[in-house]
Write a protein that binds this ligand. Sequence first.
Ligand SMILES: Cc1cc2nc3c(=O)[nH]c(=O)nc-3n(C[C@H](O)[C@H](O)[C@H](O)COP(=O)(O)OP(=O)(O)OC[C@H]3O[C@@H](n4cnc5c(N)ncnc54)[C@H](O)[C@@H]3O)c2cc1C
Length: 370
Amino acid sequence: MIVYDLIVVGAGIVGAACAEAAAGEGLRVALVEPGPVGGGATAAAMGHLVAMDDDPAELALSAYSLGLWERYAELREAEFSRCGTLWVARNESELAVVPAKIARLAAAGLAAEVVDAQQLYALEPALVSGLAGGMRVPGEAVVYPPRMARYLVDKALQAGGQLFAGRRVTELLADGVRLDDGQRLSGPVLVASGLAVPQLLPELKVYPRKGQLVITDRYPGRIRHQLLELGYADSAHGDAATSVAFNVQPRPTGQLLIGSSRQVGVSDREISMPLLRQMLERAFAFLPMLRGLQALRVWTGLRPATPDGRPYLGQVPGRGQVWVAAGHEGLGVTTALGSARLLIDGLLGRTPAIDPIPYDPARALTREAA
Ligand SMILES: Cc1cc2nc3c(=O)[nH]c(=O)nc-3n(C[C@H](O)[C@H](O)[C@H](O)COP(=O)(O)OP(=O)(O)OC[C@H]3O[C@@H](n4cnc5c(N)ncnc54)[C@H](O)[C@@H]3O)c2cc1C
């Protein structure tokens, strides 16, 4: 039996980043993936690299990760485009929250600025008239997640890693894993299988938050920033079973990617036409010109969510040398690089750059026991 320093289960953006970080440290890495690399939630994502400031722990992980993404700003495979984020306020009361948001982002090392109505229309003339202003975060960007996952896996392989493509981990063993063809791999295990984590670690709850996206034909120059309504955080992190928010991205190809929706606990991949209509009406209300554009494709994806909205990053209590990196919900692309760094630092017994406690999977078990 081959002995590895780390067996990574799943090659989404999170597993790929962990495999790359581990192999880069000289660890002998095995990576197991039954489907295409980056073919899970990663393939469905918008690829917006964005800091959300409503949870301090998530903000810390996002800010750390955004810094790490900078090394790929010129990488062709990342398809990195620094469009910046423009958060849009419909009225004065929405605009009133902006200074506090800017202060929280600044404390995390991220620059943002208030935008008044005049500046808003100078930046994005296609927005509906009558908006109050907003907040611009100029350093944020978009990437193409599945291609980036492939790049990170290739880096891990170049550093000596081994990919078990088309293979699935069926069982955690005392000293490694068993694959679906009966092979056994020996070594510490990192479970990074997204929504499928409970199949191997039933003590860790991960549930789907389904999203739908629409992509248009090419219309270069119609918008320049990733545009979001300031109410987006309520949709992303609120308790509503179903919600939509205005969230539109200019792809480097000139296409527009239109989101977003959230459905809690729905695990089918069907397109919901009523929800799609609701999502598009929301987007049309902010960007009326979208009505006249040609949509090319609609797809759905399942965000892997945890009960408290924070990912599980760390060693799993009571499981020996088993680690987990999963449950990043709608921020897994943004936070993959920081998550990987945090995880590998923990594995190697180093002090990580940010406090790992908020992401410790032990919290889920403690809550269960309480
Ligand atoms: C519609 C939508 C929009 C999004 N937009 C953004 C965005 O703009 N910005 C952002 O930061 N995030 C976004 N996200 C979130 C992001 O896509 C996810 O958080 C992230 O992709 C999760 O990555 P992952 O590697 O944990 O999971 P996945 O990408 O799902 O990868 C898990 C992998 O594990 C494999 N696997 C499962 N079981 C096993 C097993 N037993 N053995 C081996 N392998 C296994 C699967 O095949 C899969 O490839 C979005 C998500 C959706 C759905």
